[in-house]
Design a binder for this molecule. Sequence first.
Ligand code: HPA
Ligand code: ZN
Length: 353
Amino acid sequence: MPTTVGIETTGDDAGIEHFIRGLPKTDLHIHLEGSIEPELMLTLADRNGISLPWSSTAALRSAYHFEDLQSFLDLYFAGCRVLVHERDFYDVTLAYLERAVVDGVIRAELFIGPQSFTERGVSISTLISGVLTAMDDATRKHGISIGLLISAHRHRSEADALALLDSILPWSNRILGVGLGGAEAGNPPSKFERFFHAARKKGFHTTVHAGEEGPAAYVREAIELLQVDRIDHGITCRDDPALVEDLAAMAIPLTVCPLSNLKLKVVQSLETHPLKTLLDAGLRVTINSDDPPYFGGYVSENLIACRQALGLSVSDIVQLARNGFSSAFISQDEADAGIGSIDAYLDEHVAFS
Ligand code: HPA
Ligand code: ZN
């Protein structure tokens, strides 16, 4: 066991960035629809004869400026229109996974929200087949471990979410869990109590976006009413010290996405992001990419930006990576192996240990 934790580094920025990129990591909060790089977005639009308001990658990239979650969701849902055929879902999934592999991610848990597609006549089987085939190919080629999470839209009704749950049951042995995304304000977790209860009864893991734009009370509802295994974002819990204590005591993971929070103006600056405060309070904080091209980075870029803005130590960075493996929906053996691969990496990088 290396002696990394607790020891600060004086390494130069380039050395630490290289260290972060090579560190074995997880990405537990990434939306496949939000992972489409501009080049692929234009290719798919062209292939499927779909006209988009942007004709170049530069025009697309320059549209990635947001005022809040809703202004992002408007663009995100517009982008979903380019995914029509099984091959499209395959291409998007494989493209994300290949970037994740290069980024040092060895365990990824991928969200997809089928309601954007099924409402336009794409069948659930088209979507799931494309995603699963790409997951299998990526694991075979690169050894990456991958899980699939199905996300319901919270701005739609609970009846719609329950119908979605029914529709995925034929693939229940290949789907790890369910989540909830979309416009948070005014759509509290309590709206989906029966959905999460039914999902748990079917044996799915559960996670919910809560405490991104919504108040700490939504995080409280998520753990008490929905009894979820994990919280996506969750950062507004900082406004309720008793909740912070409870999250730490219950070891409920938060899948935090700092660049997303910055771009959606959930925080005013990365320097004021509560990540380090929550980590120091003993919460099981993990770092994730959310919708990488829209927000300007994969997991490593999130870690690099936070290191600079918040003065994270190497110990903090290693702790965040370890938390990823203890928060993933994997067996204890696989979590131990992931943490073991971090320890082996630290042994090889003695300058950082
Ligand atoms: N919040 C809510 N819904 C989402 C997000 C998010 O960060 N990303 C994709 N759908
Ligand atoms: Zn998200």
